[in-house]
Design a protein around this ligand. Structure first.
Ligand code: NAD
Length: 272
């Protein structure tokens, strides 16, 4: 493959925990090339070569806080940043009609509405978790929830590193939505997101969430179906962030030539 035929991919938030993994995933893939990297205005890496900024050899790509020229050159943008940044990027993605892979979590209803509007022109792949294992886990969760009645209480427990800013995790919510879908209900109506004090007894049919934070845990999720005299526990452990980065890049490649719209990793992995 010549350099001209390589798929140009850009990484938003390139200094972040995931940003650096995404750049590595792009550099390690022979079918794609890194065409741009961004950071937030005021970040110390702005204006530096990405390689130099990370303490290595120059890679010929300068870190910028202006996403516009980057979107003009890219065919896919990998975005694991913040909800506000992701919404701003989605407008540019719609203008450039490219593949916008969104890993950012903590998106509220107003952010999701704007992303849905952008997806009229952009091909958006959005998932709270880009790993094969977790996406399989959502399929299993939906099936088990459909098979068991509300005598089984569903609780979702997650643990992440101490830097994480949102709770429950995007993955925990994805699993909650899968469980709710299996039961034919809306998660919003049955979610118990955090208990403290005299909460009263657990309500039948509710789906509970508990978030643990500590150390450098990459991501652990457990879906517990607790019945009388038995408990079924489905668990996923992520031990390396590269897993999510490779999943995101797979989505970027899969999305090429797909019609504008909103897709998930279940579509990318053929699990839907
Ligand atoms: P992080 O704080 O290490 O990285 C975020 C980066 O985005 C930072 O470097 C920040 O400066 C940058 N940023 C913020 N605003 C920006 C802007 N306007 N333009 C460009 N860059 C900007 O966080 P992280 O641990 O890498 O996680 C990032 C997001 O990805 C979080 O929402 C996290 O929950 C999510 N995440 C998703 C998955 C998944 O598989 N979907 C996996 C891991 C993390």
């Amino acid at each position: 493959m010549t350099v001209e035929t390589l798929l140009p991919v850009a990484v938003m938030g390139c200094s972040g925990r995931m940003g650096q993994m995404l750049v590595r995933a792009v550099q390690e893939n022979e079918g794609v090339k890194l065409c741009g990297v961004t950071e937030r205005p005021g970040h110390p890496w702005i204006g530096q070569d990405y390689g130099t900024a990370t303490g290595g050899a120059p890679v010929g790509v300068t870190v910028t806080d202006d996403p516009l020229p980057v979107f003009a050159e890219a065919r896919a943008v990998l975005d694991f940043t913040s909800p506000e940044a992701t919404v701003a990027h989605s407008v540019l993605a719609a203008q450039a009609r490219l593949v916008h892979v969104i890993g950012t979590t903590g998106l509220a209803a107003e952010h999701l509405e704007k992303i849905a509007a952008a997806a009229r022109h952009a091909t958006v792949v959005r998932a709270g978790n880009m790993s094969l294992g977790v996406n399989l886990l959502t399929v299993l969760t939906r099936k088990v929830a459909a098979a068991l009645d509300t005598d089984f209480d569903i609780e979702i427990v997650e643990m992440h590193h101490h830097h994480k800013v949102d709770a429950p995790s995007g993955t925990a919510l994805m699993l909650g939505e899968a469980a709710a879908a299996g039961r034919g209900v809306h998660l919003d109506e049955v979610a118990d997101r955090g208990r403290d004090g005299i909460t009263g007894a657990r309500e039948t049919g509710h789906i509970g969430f508990a978030a643990l934070r500590g150390g450098d845990v990459v991501g652990e999720h457990e879906v517990i179906f607790a019945g009388a005299g038995e408990r079924l526990v489905l668990k996923h452990i992520a031990s390396d962030r590269m897993l999510f980065a490779r999943g995101a890049l797979k989505a970027a490649i899969w999305g090429q030539g797909k019609k504008p719209g909103e897709y998930t990793m279940l579509d990318v992995l053929g699990l839907e």
